[in-house]
Design a protein around this ligand. Structure first.
Ligand SMILES: Cc1cc2nc3c(=O)[nH]c(=O)nc-3n(C[C@H](O)[C@H](O)[C@H](O)COP(=O)(O)OP(=O)(O)OC[C@H]3O[C@@H](n4cnc5c(N)ncnc54)[C@H](O)[C@@H]3O)c2cc1C
Length: 491
């Protein structure tokens, strides 16, 4: 019997996980990727002897990756070495003080007590709420496809119990009074494109994910995980074809029946799965006449996550005092987030995430050198920023802040440099409005209200990745592939 054919558009973590799951289900799978290498946001830039992971660096819930290896009858530890981070990361405040966020309970309590011992009791209550959110939001609802009204109705009691309408910051502020500690326990959603003042408190589950399963670094870089997943696919005879942009999803009688590539090639399939940004996919790959749900108007009116300005650079010296992961908070918190998410205004101040993988892994930089990236959350392209002219002045602002704080004389030490702006998210990754994390994760764009895994508009068309439930982040997109695999036809 000929196997049914599945075409996966895109090879981000979500697309690769989807391809593995479909192949294991019995589909004949082919993956088409626009870029010259797989990985999507987890692309790897190799430059002047340095290895720069373009995007994800913090690996949480590694069991979701192990599951993919196990599905293929293999062990992840044979291909990948994960290194547990301790502390997980440092949060540095604008006045130079810092909080080391740890997986060790005693260290964590000591750190909290350094800022405000009276907040220890509130921290315990916060942890309880986060554990409850993890149980309901991650373990029970994370892998649900939310394709039907009954999925939504079944989730309502859990959402009510979790007071899902409250923001994460409201939850944190109820239990913790110190202004800096409030930031420490509320910043996490920024890692997946959410504003702590607008995301539902369900996102406190990230705190539990990290505490329970650790924060890890994949030795050699996150790109090793992508390489490992592609290896699993190749061993199953699945090809990931790069430099192959899909420009149309072919629809006949309301059913997706294949794709057309930029070079005009047509490929037929029984099902099509898009790992591209769903807003872009619907608007640009599916003709208007096939869309009654995801109309251009609905796509335009939806709210999109922030974007990112990312600067990758290598230095000829090592900055031994700088930890692997550091969040550097600027002078403003709520006001800066208002600028980014609500006013769509590019401010002159910023908060940064500074990544120094060579702190844990010498393989990513030449001997005696350091590899870095620094990212700043910035508004998506709705800000009308002309990144062609703003990128270099913005980079200089970031460089001068780093020189004044943790990387003295940085300008003198740089040996290689590369930038990624919101315009690149748009042009390279085909992300609507250049958003770095797809739809903004607010309550009314979560679960059933996000792009469904099974298309609302076209039969045999499916979606995986950050734009679908449960959302952005490596664990989120791996779970979206799992949810998708529950709604495709069995072979
Ligand atoms: C800078 C940065 C740092 C991050 N850090 C972390 C972190 O530390 N930890 C974490 O868990 N998460 C992190 N994230 C989030 C995480 O990386 C993403 O949510 C996740 O990787 C997205 O995966 P995805 O499956 O949605 O696909 P994507 O990575 O978005 O990949 C989609 C792929 O589809 C391809 N594609 C799109 N359209 C087409 C088409 N028409 N034809 C062919 N190919 C197409 C694109 O080229 C791309 O390769 C970070 C994100 C960024 C940007």
């Amino acid at each position: 019997m000929k196997k049914p054919k599945a075409i996966v558009i895109g090879s981000g973590f979500g697309g690769l996980a989807a391809a593995i799951r479909l192949s294991c289900k019995g589909y004949d799978v082919e993956v088409f990727e626009k870029l010259d290498m797989p990985g999507g946001r987890a692309y790897v830039h190799k430059q002047d002897g340095f290895t720069f992971d373009a995007g994800p660096t913090i690996i949480t819930a590694p069991q979701l990756l192990e599951e993919l290896w196990a599905l293929c009858g293999k062990k992840m530890s044979d291909d990948i070495t994960l290194k547990a981070m301790e502390p997980f990361y440092r949060l540095r405040f604008d006045d130079g003080s810092w909080f080391d966020y740890s997986g060790d309970e005693e260290t964590m309590r000591r750190e909290i007590a350094r800022f405000n011992p009276a907040d220890l009791a509130g921290y315990d209550r916060f942890v309880k709420a986060a554990d409850q959110a993890c149980q309901l939001g991650f373990e029970e609802l994370g892998g649900v496809a939310f394709n039907s009204l009954s999925d939504l109705l079944a989730a309502v009691p859990s959402m009510l119990r979790m007071k899902a309408w409250e923001s994460l910051y409201t939850l944190v502020a109820r239990h913790i009074s110190d202004p800096k500690l409030r930031i420490v326990f509320s910043f996490h959603p920024l890692l997946i494109g959410g504003n702590p003042f607008s995301v539902t408190r369900v996102y406190s589950l990230i705190n539990t994910l990290e505490r329970r399963w650790g924060v890890h670094w994949s030795m050699g870089g996150t790109g090793q995980l992508i390489k490992g997943l592609v290896g699993l696919l190749n061993a199953r005879g699945v090809n990931v074809r790069c430099n192959a942009s899909v420009t149309r999803i072919n629809v006949e009688n309301g059913r997706a029946c294949g794709v057309t590539l930029e070079n005009g090639e047509r490929h037929d399939a029984d099902i099509v799965i898009s790992n591209g940004d769903p807003a872009w996919t619907y608007k640009n790959l599916v003709s208007r006449e096939h869309r009654t749900h995801w109309t251009d108007r609905k796509i335009e009116k939806s709210k999109y996550s922030m974007s990112l300005f990312v600067w990758y650079f290598g230095t000829r010296k090592r900055y031994e005092d700088v930890p692997h992961h550091m969040i550097m908070l600027g002078p403003r918190y709520r006001e800066l987030l208002d600028d980014i998410f609500k006013k769509h205004h590019l401010a002159d101040d910023f908060s940064l995430y500074l990544h120094r993988p060579s702190a844990s892994d010498p393989s990513v930089a030449p001997e005696g050198h350091d590899a870095f990236y620094v990212l700043a959350p910035v508004p998506h392209l709705g800000s009308n920023t002309d990144w062609k002219s703003r990128a270099e002045p913005f980079r200089q602002l970031v460089q001068s802040y780093l020189e004044k704080t943790v990387l003295p004389n940085l300008g003198r030490e740089i040996v290689t440099s590369k930038l990624m702006t919101p315009q690149d998210f748009h042009d390279r990754l085909w992300s609507y409005k250049g958003a770095a994390f797809g739809l903004e994760p607010i309550l009314l764009q979560s679960a059933s209200f996000r792009f469904h895994n099974r298309s609302e508009d076209v039969d045999s068309l499916y979606m995986v990745g950050a734009g679908t439930h449960p959302g952005a982040g490596v664990p989120g997109v791996l779970m979206s592939a799992k949810a998708m695999s529950t709604v495709v036809p069995n072979v």
